[in-house]
Design a binder for this molecule. Structure first.
Ligand code: CIR
Length: 405
């Protein structure tokens, strides 16, 4: 396959990252909660940490694509620019006077500048026209176009399942605009034109951090703060319909910030081995969803029926669906307090580069030691600043191509 992935651990060939940029400088103690950061990152250090992450991937022969470079290349095309501008000025903060001004202003911007406006946003005191009620009444540092600091977490705004890409449907208002950018890239960038797509931002909520490709044909989807039950139902039907999966495991997770996505609780480091947050490992369950034929309707069209098995322990249900005797697990921490600390700091959120080789934040000593005890090669990266948005190596990466298992 030209692009795509059918597992979490097949050799990683191509990945999309986002190097943190001016959008991070928009964070203040007044807006960081709304913008889903737990602190105010030191931007230059975050960039250094991210560059080291990208270099660690390149050192392993992984092709690193940057979201903003793909976007800028996409925006060299006039129709793409038009779509991007039309979409961003739909924002309801603008009012028609400012909308009219920004339409003209953004249409004149270079592709690189337009990328910056789309990602770093536009503050009220940065515009040079469109003055009126909106500019007068909004605070000078209010955003006319919100910044997207969570673009860093490319995992969530799109996900490849075999040779298709799913544009996801993000839940949190601060992140919704991210999929306007991924959709534009996957629809109009020459590298991706014609790529078959599933799901979409207009559908029920599904975020990429909740989607784990356990093995070819078996997909686990977390259901919690971000992905809804209806979202899993929607994406499961599409995956069955297009032969992308034979089993979807719907895995309820606590609707809390610490466990916002399934990949904050567990990630795969080998074909039959996961690192799992020990404090919840024994209580995680899964509902196995499988296709159960089509209903007949009078007009001859059918819709797919789903069989939903009763809840079972997650790792048992996973092993059965994957055709394995057992899925083994490595604990984030044996001591519950260490486990809680390292889970919070994304110790579970590893990015496999190949079976038994995984990138992890260096700070999670206990978890990394356990991974190494189990024979996993741990590629350590710094994440003191990157982690302030609550995401680790898996969250910060969207695999575009992995070798099939
Ligand atoms: N897959 C992930 O767990 N992504 C991390 C997303 C962090 C981001 N600040 C958010 O709250 O959405």
């Amino acid at each position: 396959m030209a692009h795509g992935a059918d597992s979490e651990v097949g050799r990683l060939r191509t990945v999309m990252l986002h190097r943190p940029g001016p959008e991070l400088s928009r964070l203040t103690p007044r807006n960081n909660d709304r913008l889903l950061f737990d602190g105010i990152p030191w931007v230059a250090r975050a960039q250094d940490e991210h560059d080291a992450f990208a270099q660690a991937l390149r050192d392993r022969d992984v092709e690193v694509l940057y979201l903003t470079e793909l976007l800028t290349e996409t925006l060299t095309d006039e129709t793409s620019r038009q779509i991007a501008v039309d979409t961003v000025i739909r924002g309801l903060e603008l009012g028609d006077t400012m909308r009219h001004y920004l339409r003209g202003f953004l249409a004149e911007a270079t592709p690189a500048d337009l990328t910056t406006y789309l990602t770093a946003g536009i503050r009220n005191d940065e515009v040079r026209g469109g003055f009126g009620l909106v500019t007068s009444l909004l605070a000078s540092d209010a955003f006319l176009v919100d910044p997207l600091p969570n673009l860093l977490f490319t995992r969530d705004s799109s996900v490849w399942v075999r040779d298709r890409v799913a544009i996801t449907s993000l839940t949190m208002p601060a992140r919704k605009r991210e999929t306007e950018l991924t959709e534009l890239i996957y629809t109009r960038h020459p590298r991706f034109v014609g790529t078959p797509r599933i799901h979409g931002a207009h559908y029920e909520h599904v975020e990429g951090g909740d989607v784990l490709l356990l093995s070819p044909g078996v997909v686990a989807v977390g259901v919690g703060e971000r992905t809804t039950p209806a979202g899993v139902e929607r994406i499961a039907r599409q995956m069955f319909d297009q032969d992308l999966a034979h089993t979807v495991l719907a895995v309820p997770i606590a609707q809390e910030r610490a466990t916002m996505h399934l990949d904050t609780i567990c990630t795969m480091v080998d074909v039959d081995l996961m690192v799992v947050y020990e404090n919840v490992a024994d209580s995680l369950v899964a509902y196995a969803v499988t296709p159960a034929g089509l209903t007949e309707s009078p007009d001859g069209s059918g819709s797919m029926l789903l069989d939903v098995a009763p809840a079972r322990p997650f790792l048992e249900a996973a092993a059965d669906a994957m055709g394995l005797d057992k899925v083994h697990r490595i604990a984030t921490g044996l001591d519950p307090v260490e486990a809680e600390r390292e889970q919070w700091d994304d110790g579970n959120n590893t990015l496999a580069l190949a079976p038994r080789v995984a990138v992890a934040y260096e700070r999670n000593d206990g978890t990394n030691a356990r991974l190494e005890d189990a024979g996993i090669e741990v590629v350590r990266i710094a994440g003191s600043e990157l982690g302030s948005g609550r995401g680790g190596p898996r969250c910060m990466s969207c695999p575009i191509e992995r070798d099939p298992l």
